[in-house]
Ligand binder design. Sequence first.
Ligand code: ATP
Ligand code: MG
Length: 411
Amino acid sequence: MNQQGPDALLKSMDRMIAEANTRMQAGKVLDASRSYKKAAQFAEQVVEMVDDDGERRTLTIKANEFRLRAKSLETTGRVDGARIKPSDMPLDEVAYSDEDSDLQEQQILLLIDDTPRTIEWDSIGGLRDLKEELKFHYGLAMAKIPEGMDVEGWRNIMFYGPPGTGKTLMACAIANKLNATFFNVKSSQIVSKWVGDSGKLISTLYRVARKFTNDGRPSIIFIDEFDALCKSRGAEGQLHHQQMLAAILSEIDGFAQKGRRNLVMTIGATNRPWDLDAAVLSRFERRTLISLPDEAARAEIFRIHLEAKGLPVDHRSLSYDKLATQSERLTGREVARLCKEVTARMLAEMNPDIPALVDEGLKSIQAYEIQTRPLKHSDFAPSLDNLVADTTVEDVHHYADWGTQIKDSAD
Ligand SMILES: Nc1ncnc2c1ncn2[C@@H]1O[C@H](COP(=O)(O)OP(=O)(O)OP(=O)(O)O)[C@@H](O)[C@H]1O
Ligand SMILES: [Mg+2]
């Protein structure tokens, strides 16, 4: 085992690249390929040692590039960046030039999202049982298992339910707690942007996610709007979606290796679970309904979006429980929006001079400190009076019925 520190390893990596160049010039293609492989190994070792995400990303790209060069040298005898035609290669070995592959990895690295770091379990109101369940099963997937035993926690889970109920928040909180690298994939975006080699891009996504697990930190691939992958828009679109979906499913399957700690986890989310077919659903060990918050949960969500954000509250007049009874069927997102509205009105009332100060110029506005006052129950009246919840009773039943149906069909 190599005991060198990162600096020494980077030097060794540079030495291998120089060696590869010399060997190339001497026409020793296979030797050069071996040097590139070693350079990749050094880069990968450093990835395991550094904490800085940017540095890890750069090194991961480098390691990948060296491996591609090595492969390209082995198969074609050159690394000249020209696209290697699929017809020159066995079908399952369709290769890409370094340039293409870099571009693909760059696209994937753009999906890494640091938002989860700011999301704690306490930033999510309600959903108490689900939080415990998630902690238990993801904990099980990460913990050491006794020799010879076959215990598996969850790797893949699908959240479904009405918009704005905390599905994304839950995925973020797990990622935060597990210190995971979070790949935030919005299906509708990748469907429209990743035209062409979408299946290949999905494999790149999972490969990069696996690379990021080198230091023992898990990767979470969060696929939002999962239904967008299962719908077809015209024959061409359909093929494109199917390729992606097939690639995702085979990646998910590919990781069902027994006895191995499951470091790459997929979390799907959808508002339209009925658009997912049985083959897709069966890949997810758990389908979990995240429905509207109940009264107690709404009270917590009000508190999170007011007090926990540092806004002053007059507790003699304002009761979270009362707000909760007056906001039936609101989602977490609607409660958050309502709190923003009320806060904005209070701020406008307390700071009427702001527009004039802006007219005076930057210095004046920068010298001004925002005034606030504690929020009272009556501040909420204008918003509560005009309340129309986004989610209907029928919607709520639709999700619950679908859940019962798939449970029945699985039994
Ligand atoms: N349980 C909750 N506790 C606190 N805030 C919440 C909760 N649910 C939703 N919110 C608020 O609503 C916003 C949206 O929540 P989130 O993104 O998790 O919804 P979602 O279920 O993923 O919705 P969509 O299906 O539209 O993607 C959050 O950023 C937060 O401000
Ligand atoms: Mg979401």
